[in-house]
Design a protein around this ligand. Sequence first.
Ligand SMILES: Nc1ncnc2c1ncn2[C@@H]1O[C@H](COP(=O)(O)OP(=O)(O)OP(=O)(O)O)[C@@H](O)[C@H]1O
Ligand SMILES: [Mg+2]
Length: 280
Amino acid sequence: MDDEFDYEIDPEDLPQGTPTRGELGAPSVMVNDLHVTYKVVGARKRGATPVKDNMLRKFLRRGKNLTGGYTEIKAVQGVSFTARHGESIGVIGTNGSGKSTLLKAIAGLLQPSQGEIYVSGIPSLLGVSAVLMRDLTGERNIMIGGLALGLTRQEVEDRFDEIVEFSGLGDAIYLPMKTYSAGMGARLRFAISTAATPDVLMVDEALATGDAAFRERSRERIDEIRQHAGTVFIVAHSLASIKAMCTRVIWMDKGVIKMDGDPQKVTAAYRKYTKDSATK
Ligand SMILES: Nc1ncnc2c1ncn2[C@@H]1O[C@H](COP(=O)(O)OP(=O)(O)OP(=O)(O)O)[C@@H](O)[C@H]1O
Ligand SMILES: [Mg+2]
């Protein structure tokens, strides 16, 4: 502790580069040759005449797969990467390229069919959405979502005002969630999800509906989480949001990583790719 008050620092000893983008910590998420396959049961054999399902048939078929047929959808097919504390990683790619599946697997909501995922800390996939109830007020949902994230009742109460302020909902917080517009709902989910400063935060599409002011607040909040050594994954179709918020971008295509690296470079290549395929 002797050198605690030693303020003599050589400029050369300071970390190089911008602090917000430069200093990365230890690995927080390691994904190794991940495969996720959805099995859609009930697909019929080729050539079989489709029969209309009625309740009785469904009942007789329950738990069994009489046709013996199912379709496999290989949503993620061999993805490997390492994320570090302090990174915010944008995940881009066309519809159905496997972005949401990848995040759900990291969050532990889907079982890999092959490969491994290691996560240090508790991942939170803007996961409160699953527990929020449309018939209840925003106020009640803040408590439910907060508890689901592992906060205590007291902690949720302490952060209540901050969450409401962040969401920008004002008095609408006392109305049932089903009366909210898509954007209002997304803001509340984001505000609740980030209230706990999670180790690994994953945001899937939630920012798309926010207005400019909300996006700015979200960016600040994501920076804060990163500075507390968290890792943030953001899925978004808006390349501008991705560039504004991310220190790294992973481009998913048909279940594999097509490119991984600098946001400017990856988004430029993606834009070119989508333009090219649009003109074909
Ligand atoms: N619950 C499911 N059951 C069966 N197939 C699924 C399921 N969820 C996704 N898929 C399939 O997995 C593939 C990847 O889907 P995913 O939702 O991960 O894509 P995405 O990149 O998030 O797309 P988007 O940009 O539209 O959100 C798609 O072919 C999709 O049809
Ligand atoms: Mg998706």
